[in-house]
Design a protein around this ligand. Structure first.
Ligand SMILES: C[S@@+](CC[C@H](N)C(=O)[O-])C[C@H]1O[C@@H](n2cnc3c(N)ncnc32)[C@H](O)[C@@H]1O
Length: 232
């Protein structure tokens, strides 16, 4: 394989829906994102004072829902075409900014500045190196005690059909590997979270059936902690 393509640039409505939602209808897609936006708001305790960031914002569907519930949201994606669609979709929300990820993950965002972060249906495409490097960025960006939500895939009864389908896609076009699903065992996800030095919340679901939902917290004694000047 000579070239690994950026598999996330899209040219049509159909391609966008397929990339975002697989075989779901637009209605199922909308319902799914609405449900997960609620889950993220609850798990990350989002309030009107919260500043957050999103990794892999797609068309900005979740950002549009959460924008009215938080203070500010920085949306990040590797795809120029998805960022363009997200900008249009969120145009009425002045508290959302969009950034193109070029290299070095999220190094351009300010350290210890965020009350929450999330990536929905994005880490399901990542290999262990991307999971590790993004979680290192997450740790740098979060304020001590702040939370980050992501989901991931392992091979189980919920995901075996998708695995077969993507194995076939890979056979035909291996250069698009970064657009396919990636299957990572819960033990591996747990080990990476530990290696990065984030706390795994009890609300996480690291099941072997297929879908994983992971909530991590930046330790309160982590680098960047505010030392209160008034302590005696
Ligand atoms: C399945 S879509 C999900 C989009 C959105 N989070 C949602 O739930 O509707 C995956 C998104 O992740 C982005 N993405 C893929 N690989 C990425 C990477 N390595 N870094 C950042 N974003 C990535 C894609 O461009 C796309 O917007």
């Amino acid at each position: 394989m000579d070239v690994v393509k950026n598999a996330w640039e899209i040219q049509s409505e159909e391609q966008a829906l397929l990339a975002l939602a697989g075989h779901d209808t637009p209605e199922e897609f909308e319902r799914d994102r609405r449900y997960h936006a609620g889950e993220i708001a609850r798990l990350c305790s989002i309030t009107k004072e919260s500043r957050g960031f999103e990794i892999g914002s797609g068309e900005g569907t979740v950002a549009k829902i959460l924008a009215s519930q938080c203070l500010f949201l920085d949306c990040n994606d590797i795809s120029s075409s998805f960022l363009e669609r997200a900008r249009t979709n969120c145009a009425q929300h002045k508290n959302v900014a969009f950034h193109k990820i070029e290299s070095n993950y999220l190094d351009y965002l300010p350290e210890a500045s965020y009350d929450f972060g999330y990536a929905l249906h994005v880490f399901i495409h990542f290999n262990p190196y991307d999971i590790f490097n993004y979680l290192q960025s997450v740790k740098r960006l979060l304020k001590p005690g702040a939370r980050f939500f992501f989901d991931a895939y392992t091979l189980g009864e919920q995901t075996i059909a998708s695995f077969r389908e993507h194995a076939e896609l890979y056979r035909k076009a291996p250069e698009s590997i970064r657009g396919y699903l990636n299957f990572n065992h819960p033990r591996l996800v747990r080990a990476i979270v530990q290696e990065v030095g984030l706390d795994l919340s009890d609300s996480s679901e690291l099941s072997e059936s297929g879908w994983m939902r992971v909530l991590v917290t930046k330790k309160s004694d982590a680098k960047g902690k505010i030392i209160w000047p008034f302590r005696r």
